[in-house]
Design a protein around this ligand. Structure first.
Ligand SMILES: *Cc1c(COP(=O)(O)O)cnc(C)c1O
Length: 376
């Protein structure tokens, strides 16, 4: 094991070249001339927003998307120059800060638009969200005349520079999902079409899945908002990613101690694991406070010396126990892979998600800031 990691309890290695490659591969899948907004909200899905944005900026990326004003300001303070859009609601109390940091704000409703008006000289950059069936934020796209009226009304009051919608089943494979997605895109197209004379610079509807599965089917708009695939994970477990795209994060720890237990002995809180035969148990300094999901109790596995070691007993707040009976010579300090890129026998974030009934997005977002990020 690399000496510099020796004192670390558990850590996540982020391969920024992989992030860059994923970005470039995805870009090649899009129609010619389509821009990408790198979605770096939630600390770049746990990968480190400033590091990810900086590496992509060097690659020519000039559009970034976040979820709130703190994330946006942090990027600006770390030298991110391009457009930064906040994809959700920001209260009007922050209007002047949005202006000061040159941040683009999503408008969620007419009321919101009205509240963000500063004065006729200092206009906040913003874009209307159009709701095309997700029923989360935006003007109701089912009523295109109303959308048109509001967009025209605020075009000059605010620094309006675009419109977008969000697809909610673009990762779905069923006919019903495809029909719904096409309808969403059509509704959005109609709204955008009604105000095409305004020549708004950014018209966009694609998330990762939209770009993978609808960019060529229904080419339209000029920007794709690339999130999960940038990090090498799947929008839906059933999806196939383009060749070469792979997970950028490997989560590791090191063995804290190794011991033998004998038939009839139990392990951990609640005594949920009972040894039927003599076993060798390794304790690892990672737990649910690090984001190692408690549902992996007696269900997950880690990799030590290239071999799988099942989690036995309950995941604790700061420690877990794994069965290393089948692995020769495991000792204190040995490196352990908790989550990998799929080439090392370890679970990927998507694999962990399958075991815990969630999605890879949540697995990586849950890795807490107690887990040091190391960039390789
Ligand atoms: C999070 C988010 C995205 C990115 O979605 P992925 O599935 O991760 O690509 C795109 N658009 C909006 C509005 C979002 O909130």
């Amino acid at each position: 094991m690399d000496k510099k990691f020796f004192l670390r309890r558990c850590w996540a290695e982020i391969d920024l070249d992989t992030v860059k490659n994923n970005y470039l591969i995805y870009k090649r899948c899009l129609p010619e001339g389509m821009k990408i907004a790198a979605v770096v909200k939630a600390d770049a899905y746990g990968h480190g927003d400033c590091s990810v944005a900086q590496v992509l900026q060097r690659e020519g990326a000039d559009y970034f998307a976040v979820s709130n004003i703190n994330e946006a300001i942090r990027l600006r303070k770390h030298g991110i120059k391009g457009d930064i859009i906040i994809l959700g609601y920001t209260p009007s109390e922050y209007a002047e800060i949005l202006y000061e940091f040159d941040i683009t704000q999503t408008i969620v409703s007419e009321e919101h638009a009205n509240s963000l008006f500063l004065d006729s000289k200092n206009k906040i950059k913003c874009q209307f969200a159009i709701d095309t069936g997700m029923n989360r934020i935006g003007l109701n796209g089912e009523n295109p005349e109303e959308c048109e009226r509001i967009i025209r009304e605020y075009k000059d009051k605010l620094g309006l520079n675009g419109l977008f919608t969000h697809l909610c089943v673009a990762d779905g494979d069923k006919d019903e999902d495809k029909a719904f997605t096409k309808r969403q895109i059509q509704i959005f197209k109609d709204v955008a079409g009604a105000v095409s004379d305004l020549n708004l610079p950014y018209i966009h509807y694609m998330n990762s899945a939209g770009g993978l599965f609808y960019a060529h089917d229904m080419p339209f708009g000029n920007l794709a908002r690339l999130g999960i695939v940038l990090y090498g994970l799947k929008p839906d477990i059933e999806n196939t990613l383009p060749d070469g795209i792979k997970p950028a994060m490997t989560w590791k720890t090191a063995v804290a101690m190794v011991k033998k237990i004998y038939p009839g002995e139990t392990v951990g809180y609640g005594r949920t694991f009972t040894a039927e035969s003599e076993k060798c148990v390794a304790t690892l300094p990672v737990g649910y406070a690090d984001g190692y999901n408690r549902l992996l109790s007696n269900r997950g596995y880690v990799v030590i010396n290239g071999k799988k070691a099942p989690v036995i007993g309950r995941v604790c707040m700061d420690q877990i126990t794994v069965d290393v009976s089948g692995i020769d010579g495991v000792k204190q300090g040995d490196e352990v892979i908790l989550m990998g890129d799929g080439t090392d026998n370890a679970l990927t974030a998507d694999g962990m998600a399958q075991l815990t009934g969630t999605i890879g997005y949540e697995i990586v977002c849950d890795i807490s800031n107690r887990v040091e990020r190391i960039y390789i």
